[in-house]
Write a protein that binds this ligand. Sequence first.
Ligand code: ACO
Length: 386
Amino acid sequence: MADSSTPTIIKGLEGVYFTETKICKVDGLKGRLWYRGYSIESLAKNSSFEEVSYLILYGRLPKKDELDGFKARLISSMALDNGIVELLKSLNGKMLPMDILRTAVSAMPAFSEKKVYQNDSEEHIAESIEIIGRIAGVVATIGAMMNNLGYSKPDSSRGIAYNILYMMTGKKPEEKAAKMLDVMMILHAEHSSNASTFSTIVAGSTMADLYSAITAGICALKGPLHGGADEKALDMMKDIGDPNNTEKYIEDALAGKKRIMGFGHRVYKTYDPRAKVIKAYLEDIQNGSTMEVQTLTAIALKAEKLMIDKLGESKGIWPNVDFFSGPVYTYIGIPKSLFTPLFAASRSPGWCAHMLEYWQDNRLIRPLDYYNGQLDIPYTPIDQRK
Ligand code: ACO
């Protein structure tokens, strides 16, 4: 029972600020997003995932030679140590790709030269580059194993998105697909203190190492209320099956108080600007792609309109970044169980940058919970318990 001494409890930490940052700004009412002050629309249009990763980590856009050097280090980290490849082989088919990725990231220090971590910013940047490249290499190799292929080395003349597709399929990807994946990775690269970034920071605030902190982030990303929503949204589109079934499906789901995955957001109470960029791609691929992609696209566009009519203005529930991803990834040729691992590969620069920023003025994160159970219960010996 609450009494006058009961503290105010903010469930889900909604609306709580816990730190200051210069990395990312989300304006949830206007539907705007900036990385280091650059709008997401301008980065999606003009930049690359490597350049955006540099921007997020270093706080400024690179000069040509800086970008070239940074990209070379990323791609060289995508080339996996044989021990990591053997680990992936041993787990292939026994766990979900997201679980394999989580296990691989926590095992990665075994394959790094440095085993003793120091609180040194140059070392943290080097580790961040290693982590971003390695996660991309692991995701691509899990994809290759799902295609019954072995590990391939990345092509050092190309970027991360191109190489993910190249390593997954063993074939040179179409430039349009590689470019689309690059933009998807830019859109997912950073998003302030969401559940996975906060989990990363909580783990790192204990002065655990960067690999441990990123592993915590991957664990939090997995859930369907966060990064796992893209897989669930595609499941729903497949369940609907035919665009003509969309209205009934959505009405029945809402009547049954089910959540429509890929809609709603803790911060955005309007259209997620990332979803707008992805939607434009859907309109682009609607014609000239496989029947499956065309059907998924038609269902997605119909569901979007219905949901906005029903819940947009009235409840502030709009499409988020995860809603349209399924049809786009299907067009690119990425299987559903790799969506969330790919999200992790894309988000790794954001996780690393937040951890590095927080460590500059670290304070252990340790909130309170309010105990409302009984106290001083007499201990009953086991043979006298009923
Ligand atoms: N479909 C239907 N109704 C919804 C949805 C949805 N997707 N999202 C929220 N609502 C409804 C809730 O049922 C609730 O209704 P009520 O007031 O009648 O009880 C109301 O909106 C508020 O819901 P909350 O859960 O309190 O809102 P919150 O801000 O906590 O939710 C969340 C954010 C968890 C993302 C939620 O919108 C959701 O579950 N969405 C589906 C999962 C999803 O797409 N997650 C990805 C988010 S983006 C990302 O993490 C990358």
